[in-house]
Write a protein that binds this ligand. Structure first.
Ligand SMILES: Cc1cc2nc3c(=O)[nH]c(=O)nc-3n(C[C@H](O)[C@H](O)[C@H](O)COP(=O)(O)OP(=O)(O)OC[C@H]3O[C@@H](n4cnc5c(N)ncnc54)[C@H](O)[C@@H]3O)c2cc1C
Length: 397
C-alpha cells in the first residue's frame, strides 16, 4: 500500500465499505424507503406489535405503492422496474423497521404479483397488476395447507373443471400472509393435469379468509386461513403459462431472495441497539461496551451482519445478470436468516432485562425472525436443497 494513499475513515455503519458497490440511484431508493419507514412504521410499530394488529394496512399499502415498493423489480403494468439490488435494499430497509412490513411487500410483489406477471394471461396482468402496484388491491399467495407445508406437492386443495368449462375450487390454505385483507388471492391447487395456479377475486362466493390470531411472532402482519368451498371460477381464472410445482417454487425463489436482504435489516437494527446500549449502560463503574466479553459479541455480530449484506449484494448482482440459481437463493436464505436471528438473540443478552421489553426493538425482531426462519422454506428445506446440489442425492424423502 502506498504511503501517500489516504484511507477513508472507519465507518462503523459500513465497516467493509459495501456502499462503494452502490450507484447513486441505488442510494436514492434506499433513502426513500428508509425515510418512509422512519415516518410511517417506526413510531407506531411497537404498539401494532403489542396489539397484534396492523391498523391502516390499506393506507400503508397505498403509500408503499406510491414509493414504488410493490412489485418493485417487475416491469410494465405500473411497476417500478427497479434492479434486483434496489429491490433488495428496499427489503432490508423495510425489515429494519419490522419483518411484518417487509412480509406485506414480499407477498404482494414477489409472490402474488410475480405469479401473475410471470405466468398470467395478458388480461390477468392488465386487470390486476396496475392496481396491485399502486397498493389499491392487496394480494395474497395460498400454497401452504394445514397438513402440507414443506411438502406442497402433497396439497389437497383441488380444482375440478365442470361441463361448462368453469373451475370449481375446494380446499383450505393455512398461514397465508395478507389473506383477510386481500382483494385477490393466487391459489395453488391440484387439477387433473397437475398443480395449477388460480387468480381468485376474494369476493367470489364460497371464498373466505378467517384471520389467525394468537401469534407470538410477526404480530404486525395479517395472517389468515383461506377456505374455499365450491368456489366457482371462469375458465380464464387459471394462470395459463405454468403447470406443476415449478410455478409456486419460482415465485418462492423470488421472495426468498428478498428475505436474504430483509433479514439483515432486522439484524442491523438489533446490532445498532446493542452498540448504543453497550456504550451507555454502566455496570461495575464503566460502560458494558468496555468489557472484552461484550466487545467480542459486538465484533462477531458485526462480522456476520456485514458478511450477510455482502452475500445479499452478490446474489443481487447475479439476479440482475440473470445468473442466480435457486440453490444460491437457498444458500443466502439459510445463512442470512440463521445469522440474523443469532445477532438478535445476542443483542438481547447485551440489553439484559431491557432486551425483553418492547421499549427496545430487539425482542420484537428476534421473535419475528422465528417466522422468517420457517416460512419460504425452513432451515432444513434449504439444507436439503444444498445437500442435494452438493451430493447429487435427493434426501427429501
Ligand atoms: C407468519 C407466517 C406467514 C406465512 N405466510 C405464508 C403465505 O403467505 N403463503 C403460504 O403459502 N405459506 C405461508 N406460510 C407458511 C410457511 O411457508 C410454512 O409454515 C412452511 O413452509 C413450513 O411448513 P409447516 O409449518 O407446515 O411445517 P412442516 O412442513 O410440518 O415442518 C415441520 C418441521 O419438520 C421439518 N421437516 C419437514 N420435512 C422434513 C424433511 N424431509 N427432512 C427434515 N426435516 C423436515 C421442517 O423443516 C420443520 O422443522 C407462513 C408461515 C408463517 C409462520
Amino acid at each position: 500500500m502506498s504511503a501517500s494513499v489516504k484511507l477513508p475513515p472507519f465507518d462503523a455503519g459500513d465497516p467493509l465499505g459495501i456502499d462503494d458497490l452502490l450507484e447513486p440511484e441505488d442510494l436514492a431508493v434506499r433513502e426513500t424507503v428508509r425515510s418512509w419507514a422512519a415516518d410511517r412504521v417506526l413510531p407506531f410499530v411497537a404498539d401494532w406489535y403489542e396489539s397484534g394488529e396492523l391498523p391502516g394496512i390499506r393506507e400503508l399499502a397505498k403509500e408503499l405503492g406510491s414509493i414504488g415498493a410493490l412489485g418493485m423489480s417487475l416491469s410494465g403494468y405500473g411497476c417500478a422496474g427497479a434492479s434486483a439490488v434496489q429491490y433488495g435494499l428496499a427489503c432490508l430497509e423495510l425489515e429494519a423497521a419490522d419483518s411484518g412490513i417487509r412480509s406485506l411487500v414480499s407477498v404482494q410483489g414477489s409472490l402474488a404479483m410475480y405469479a401473475i406477471h410471470r405466468f398470467g394471461s395478458e388480461e390477468q396482468k392488465s386487470r390486476w397488476l396496475p392496481a396491485m402496484a399502486a397498493g389499491d388491491v392487496i394480494g395474497c399467495f395460498g400454497l401452504t395447507e394445514p397438513d402440507h407445508g414443506s411438502d406442497p406437492a402433497a396439497m389437497r386443495t383441488h380444482a375440478r373443471r365442470d361441463a361448462g368449462g368453469d373451475w370449481v375450487l375446494n380446499g383450505r390454505k393455512m398461514w397465508i400472509t395478507n389473506g383477510s385483507v386481500a382483494g385477490v388471492a393466487v391459489v395453488w391447487a391440484q387439477s387433473e393435469n397437475g398443480i395449477r395456479g388460480f387468480v381468485v377475486p376474494t369476493d367470489t362466493p364460497g371464498f373466505s379468509a378467517p384471520e389467525i390470531r394468537h401469534k407470538w411472532s410477526l404480530r404486525a402482519s395479517v395472517t389468515s386461513e383461506l377456505v374455499m368451498d365450491d368456489v366457482r371460477l371462469p375458465a380464464d381464472a387459471v394462470l395459463p403459462e405454468v403447470t406443476g410445482l415449478k410455478g409456486p417454487l419460482s415465485c418462492l425463489s423470488h421472495a426468498r431472495y428478498g428475505i436474504v436482504w430483509g433479514a439483515m435489516g432486522a439484524a442491523r437494527t438489533c446490532f445498532e441497539a446493542a452498540v448504543d446500549y453497550a456504550k451507555s449502560r454502566e455496570q461495575f463503574g464503566r460502560p458494558i461496551g468496555g468489557f472484552q466479553l461484550t466487545q467480542a459479541k459486538l465484533a462477531d455480530m458485526a462480522v456476520e451482519l456485514h458478511k450477510g449484506i455482502l452475500l445479499a449484494h452478490h446474489l443481487g448482482r447475479r439476479m440482475d445478470a440473470g445468473r442466480l440459481r435457486p440453490e444460491q437463493v437457498s444458500f443466502g436464505k439459510l445463512n442470512n436468516v440463521r445469522e440474523a436471528i443469532e445477532i438478535c438473540r445476542t443483542a438481547r443478552t447485551i440489553l439484559g432485562a431491557n432486551g425483553i421489553s418492547l421499549e427496545y426493538p430487539v425482542m420484537r425482531h428476534a421473535t419475528n425472525l422465528e417466522s422468517v426462519l420457517t416460512y419460504e422454506g425452513t432451515v432444513e428445506m434449504h439444507q436439503l436443497v444444498l445437500g442435494k446440489a452438493l451430493t447429487g442425492l435427493d434426501a427429501f424423502r
